[in-house]
Design a protein around this ligand. Structure first.
Ligand code: 13P
Length: 335
């Protein structure tokens, strides 16, 4: 088994998932503004350090995606953040894209930037302790979108990124996110997501990326948030599985979903059903940002000194999702 395959499998072993704590400073500021906490480097660190030292890190969180600011920060006891995460038995990871910008030629769409100088940045992140990385391509759905140009150019960037990351023996998380925003049906989401993922793998193969050493981070198949088309959680799970079965090569060891604006419970329930019906060899787990942190952030904002209380809220969410990643969750466990 290759070293990269080992890292990917270890991150997702036994129902473990990934904590996506890689919000850029601008995004984190939005989240902190939402709970009326000033967005200072100290506050950003305090909240994140509280999560990273929670007891659920050991049994639930196989990897943590960090932002550039956080990977360089030190805890109150002078521990480097990547060291704290490793000590908790988890793997430190790093977001390496520099954000989605307007796509020239199709200004309503986005292209993710960050390839220039990436090899040098990866070298530094590896030295800082990163074992895996993340790059997010983002696609919106409408009658004409995502365009061929957006599908092609984002897939190309994801593949070039992945090839560079594997040079440094780190596992690239490949994240093509088809957004939930809009009036589209689940069927539209299914068709467009399938197209996007298939093109990503075409490019990953062209760029000679070792598919056994990546983790795919897709969206689930959902109806748009303004859609009249309401589908059941069972249908979400079945469509998501069908899409991935048809589009993802069997070498890929694991799939870790983003939550993408679903509520905490919805994201857990859908993941649980996906695992109940999973008839593939893919590990199906989570790489949640909002769906792991929302309640903890809300609690913390009102009780900033209550580390144990905040950790309790986070531990519960992490535990629920780890059960869901094994198809063992049920609603009554939430109380
Ligand atoms: P959400 O789970 O909040 O969608 O965040 C995941 C992520 O990493 C987005 O890039």
């Amino acid at each position: 088994m290759s070293e990269l395959n080992n890292i990917a499998l270890k991150i997702l072993e036994k129902g473990k998932g990934i904590l996506a704590a890689d919000e850029s400073t601008a995004t984190m500021t939005k989240r902190l503004d939402g709970v009326s906490v000033p967005s200072t480097p100290e506050n950003r660190l305090l909240f994140r350090e509280t999560l990273f030292s929670s007891s659920s890190m050991k049994e639930c969180i196989g990897g943590v995606i960090l932002y550039d600011e956080t990977i360089r920060q030190e805890t109150s006891n002078k521990n480097k953040i990547p060291e704290l995460i490793s000590k908790m038995g988890s793997a430190p990871g790093i977001k390496v894209d520099t954000g989605a910008k307007i796509l020239a030629g199709s200004p309503d769409e986005k292209i993710t930037e960050g390839l220039d100088g990436l090899r040098e940045r990866l070298k530094e992140y590896y030295k800082l302790g990163a074992k895996f990385t993340k790059w997010r391509g983002v696609y919106n759905i409408s009658k004409d979108y995502p365009s061929k140009l957006s599908i092609q150019s984002n897939a190309h960037a994801l593949a070039r990124y992945s090839a560079l990351v594997q040079e440094y023996n780190m596992v690239p998380i490949v994240e093509p996110e088809v957004l939930m925003d809009g009036e589209h049906s689940a069927k539209d989401c299914f068709q467009k997501t399938s197209k996007v993922i298939k093109k990503c793998f075409e490019e990953l193969i062209l760029h000679k990326v070792d598919l056994k050493g990546i983790i795919l981070k897709p969206n689930m198949i959902l109806a748009g948030n303004k859609s009249k088309d309401k589908i059941s959680n069972e249908e979400v799970a079945k469509l998501t599985l069908k899409c991935l079965k048809d589009s993802v090569p069997s070498e890929v060891p694991g799939i870790a979903f983003l939550s993408g604006g679903q509520s905490e419970i919805e994201a857990t329930e859908n993941l649980n059903l996906i695992n109940k019906y999973n008839d593939t060899n893919f590990i199906m787990s989570y790489s949640y940002g909002r769906a792991l942190q929302q309640s903890a952030l809300k609690f913390w904002s009102k009780n900033i000194d209550d580390i144990n209380g905040t950790q309790k809220v986070f531990n519960h969410r992490a535990k629920m999702n780890t059960l869901a990643a094994q198809g063992k969750w049920s609603k009554d466990l939430e109380n």
